[in-house]
Write a protein that binds this ligand. Structure first.
Ligand code: ADP
Length: 382
């Protein structure tokens, strides 16, 4: 961590499906291979074996690992900062599983497997909701019966907080501002998309809601719609589960284009004259521009708009569309900068005399998690 070098990077996916794959990259090696991983315990064992392997490995012994940072999707209302994992914390994460039924139980399985494999090191949980816990009630409450909040915890929580926090800190540094002085709109545009209004370094509004379904249009999620649409479709014969599935997995870029959820494919199709793909891209950009306008009203003294995530970091046509859409706010795009700032590069994509700068700042959630884990293990607050 002294120079924050990443030694190795990997993904183990489809654990327990009979169809698991391990992706691993280190300085001299990189591979993807099918593996037999029935559960998280076997998965953790395989990951540790890979890290100490003579060829693919980057450490000599598992004993070199002093801490493990875990991304946990939902901290609920109680867990608002990264924390050392103990039995009590696990119980709270388990209690919050109702709020994130798809995410918290697998997170816990991963934590427990890692604690079993490495019982003598510190484990730290970093919550995706934590950075958004500073939203004021007027931003996080929904205008629904008060009991829904008091008894059922219905409110906006927000997600992608680790990414929004990382780019907020990174942009403050780039602009020469103290972290608690910077005013930004940060947009994470990946498969999931979200936007945060940041005032004096703290999140004051955010586009995702009680679940990640709200806000911007995404790869397969609808983003904002009239909630009555769901009830109407149920009255037309769909089950609640089918509506849930349609809004989360069959909507967004995929739903509108009918082609897929990958922005690259849609841009190619749109250029070839596919009207549904063109509409999907236009809707995607329009929704972003609209949210930036709203958040600019909330944070008038903006230092910059920041784009990150796979689309924000790479998609030049989408970024050009965003700059053009913001012309009403005085934004002047710089197409040479837009063309040049891809694949991990950082910088503005607006002209030097643009009254509001739009910046591309690649995110690094893993590094944020590692920094928090290190700080907490050293006994500092984060
Ligand atoms: P996730 O949210 O799953 O982490 P990413 O942040 O990797 O996803 O973002 C995935 C999205 O980024 C996809 O829509 C993909 O098309 C888009 N993307 C990645 N590279 C490019 C590129 N060079 N041009 C346009 N879009 C890109």
């Amino acid at each position: 961590m002294a120079d924050e070098t990443s030694l190795a990077k990997g993904i183990l996916e489809r654990v327990g499906t009979g169809n698991a794959t391990l992706h691993h990259t280190a300085a001299q090696v990189g591979f993807d291979k099918d593996v037999d991983v029935p559960d998280h315990t076997a998965g953790m064992k395989l990951i540790l074996e890979t890290l100490v392997d003579g060829e693919a490995g980057v450490i000599k012994s598992v004993d070199e690992i002093v801490g493990v940072g875990h991304r946990v999707v939902h901290g609920g209302e109680e867990l608002t900062r990264s924390s050392l994992i103990d039995e009590e914390l696990i119980a709270v994460i388990r209690r919050n599983a109702d709020l994130a039924p798809l995410h918290n139980p697998p997170n816990l399985a991963g934590i427990e497997a890692a604690r079993r494999a490495m019982p003598n090191v510190s484990h730290v949980a970093v919550f995706d909701t934590a950075f958004l816990s500073t939203l004021p009630p007027k931003a996080y409450r929904y205008a629904v019966p008060e009991r829904w909040h008091a008894e059922h915890h219905v409110r906006r929580y927000g997600f992608h907080g680790t990414s929004h926090r990382y780019v907020t800190l990174a942009t403050a540094k780039l602009l020469g501002k103290a972290p608690d002085e910077v005013n930004l709109i940060t947009a994470h545009l990946g498969n999931g998309c979200s936007m945060t209004a940041v005032s004096a370094g703290k999140a004051v509004d955010h586009s995702m809601g009680m679940t990640p379904l709200a806000g911007l249009m995404m790869g397969t999620r609808s983003g904002d719609i009239d909630p009555a649409v769901a009830l109407y479709m149920i009255s037309r014969g769909l089950s609640a589960q089918e509506v849930d599935e349609a809004l989360n997995k069959k909507s967004g870029l995929l739903g509108v284009s009918g082609l897929g959820n990958d922005m690259r494919d849609l841009l190619v199709a749109a250029d070839d004259g596919n009207e549904r793909a063109r509409l999907a891209v236009d809707m995607f950009v329009y929704r972003i521009v609209k949210y930036i306008g709203a958040y600019h009203a909330v944070v008038p003294d903006l230092d910059a708009v920041v784009l990150t995530g796979g689309i924000g970091e790479n998609s030049r046509p989408v970024r050009r569309g965003i700059c053009e859409g913001l012309a009403g706010l005085g934004v002047v795009g710089d197409e040479d900068r837009n063309q040049a700032t891809i694949r991990g590069k950082t910088g503005p994509i607006t002209a030097d005399d643009s009254p509001l700068g739009v910046w591309v700042v690649p995110t690094n959630e893993e590094l944020m998690i590692a920094r928090d884990a290190q700080a907490i293990i050293a006994g500092s607050a984060v």
